[in-house]
Design a protein around this ligand. Structure first.
Ligand SMILES: [Zn+2]
Ligand SMILES: [Zn+2]
Length: 119
């Protein structure tokens, strides 16, 4: 199960993706290095004193981690374009939208239908 997703929104001329997070408020994805930590990469560890990461030594240093106020995954992905930040060539169906076709002289147009698509 993933706590992160891209929500795709159709707006006639474009489809936009937005990262969303459903993780609980105490999740690792909200953590950032506290104090003077300037690390860009870490493995979150937890003990009775709270979340931290270890910087290899010698001697190894303990960097406490604090809640960054928001999901860092969402913050980073939505600061850019989530579609462009997809790694590699990923081909998948975003969704299937039931439509109401409308005949107009010259061809069909459509509006979104509220009903399910019949199999
Ligand atoms: Zn650090
Ligand atoms: Zn998150």
């Amino acid at each position: 199960m993933s706590h992160h997703a891209i929500r795709w929104e159709f707006d006639r001329d474009e489809v936009n993706g937005y990262a969303v997070c459903t993780a609980p408020l105490d999740s690792d994805c909200r953590l950032v290095g506290g104090g003077t930590c300037g690390c860009e990469d870490w493995i979150v560890q937890r003990d009775e004193d709270g979340p931290f990461h270890t910087v290899p030594g010698p001697p190894p240093a303990r960097h406490p981690m604090v809640d960054g106020g928001e999901c860092q995954v969402v913050a980073h992905l939505n600061a850019g374009d989530p579609a462009e930040l997809a790694l590699g060539q990923q081909v998948f169906t975003i969704g299937t939208t039931p439509i109401e076709p409308h005949w107009e002289p010259g061809g069909y147009t459509w509006t979104r239908a509220r009903a399910r698509v019949d199999a």
